[in-house]
Design a protein around this ligand. Structure first.
Ligand SMILES: [Zn+2]
Length: 309
């Protein structure tokens, strides 16, 4: 073998060796790239995660839909809660029951069930009592005698106005004869019972008789006389309270001037549907000068004036 041949053989060997090493490196790179593939797979795992992210959103949406459905289902519940609101709205029924406990009210058998009147000490003159509003049990009236020695009494705060009115009428030559001012509850009860008996005597059953009586005499505690705020007038020689009083000079004078002293005709002929009381030209109620003038000018009832008709 020549030296030249030996060099060629060595060169070949080196070439082979270089090739083999290079190949080995390539294989390793492939491995690394394959280990990088999992990285890609990780990305792939991430993308499923992304898909999961999307998916959960879908379920979330679906959940929302479900929730909306649930809400729709809840809506009936809302209806139920609305129903429970209605139950809350039915609370007045409980109040009614309270009043209903006034089934024990002595004239409940005739359909009466008055609420307790609201007492406003600053607007005492505008106190409303009628078939629907009764004086509280605790209500006390401080009365005073009116002038003239009749022995009739009114709420002491009304007396000065009453006396002035009577004096002014007298100055005009008109006699205002007091027949009935303040009445105790006992007196009112006996008046009312007497009227019931009158109607039962005519053949009406008790409930009917009671309802008929209530149009003329109010039940105890529901009369303005019980509060000392009203006066019934008669004429000389006629203490009977009847519609003939409307034909008297006294009535004409009252119609013209009573409001200047704070009094109003309480039960007019055309307001019986509101007051539930027959025409009583003799019954004059103190409401205060301003209210009396306003009520007279507008022609409304006290119930309407107070917005409680
Ligand atoms: Zn009266």
């Amino acid at each position: 073998m020549s030296r030249r041949t030996l060099i060629i053989v060595l060169a070949l060997c080196i070439a082979v060796a270089v090739f083999a090493i290079g190949n080995f490196v390539l294989i390793r790179n492939e491995d690394e790239s394959s280990t990088e593939e999992p990285t890609v797979e990780t990305t792939a795992v991430n993308s499923p995660t992304g898909a999961e992210k999307t998916e959960p959103q879908e379920p979330t949406d679906a959940g929302d839909t479900t929730q909306m459905t649930t809400q729709t289902t809840t809506n009936p519940e809302a209806t139920t809660s609305a129903a429970s609101d209605a139950t809350t709205a039915k609370a007045p029924e409980i109040t009614e029951k309270k009043t209903g406990s006034a089934d024990e009210y002595e004239y409940a058998y005739a359909g009466f069930n008055p609420s307790v009147a609201v007492i406003n000490s600053e607007k005492w003159n505008l106190l409303l009592v009628n078939q629907d509003y009764i004086l509280p049990d605790s209500y006390t009236v401080k009365t005073a005698n009116i002038a003239g020695g009749s022995g009739q009494k009114l709420d002491y705060r009304v007396v000065p106005y009453y006396d002035k009115m009577v004096a002014a009428a007298a100055a005009d030559g008109i006699s205002l004869i007091p027949v009935s001012g303040y009445r105790s509850l006992d007196r009112q009860r006996s008046n009312f019972e007497r009227k019931i008996n009158y109607y039962t005597g005519l053949g009406h059953n008790k409930a009917e008789a009671t309802r008929l009586a209530s149009k003329i005499v109010l039940m105890p505690g529901t009369s303005e006389h019980n509060a000392g705020l009203a006066m019934d007038f008669g004429t000389n020689g006629n203490y009977n309270l009847d519609e003939n009083f409307a034909k008297t000079e006294a009535f004409k004078w009252l119609s013209a001037h009573a409001a200047d002293y704070g009094f109003i005709l309480r039960y007019d002929s055309d307001t019986t549907d509101i007051t539930k009381i027959t025409y009583e030209p003799w019954h004059w109620r103190y409401v205060g000068v301003q209210a009396a003038k306003e009520i007279k000018a507008s022609g409304v009832t006290l119930e309407e004036y107070l917005g409680m008709a």
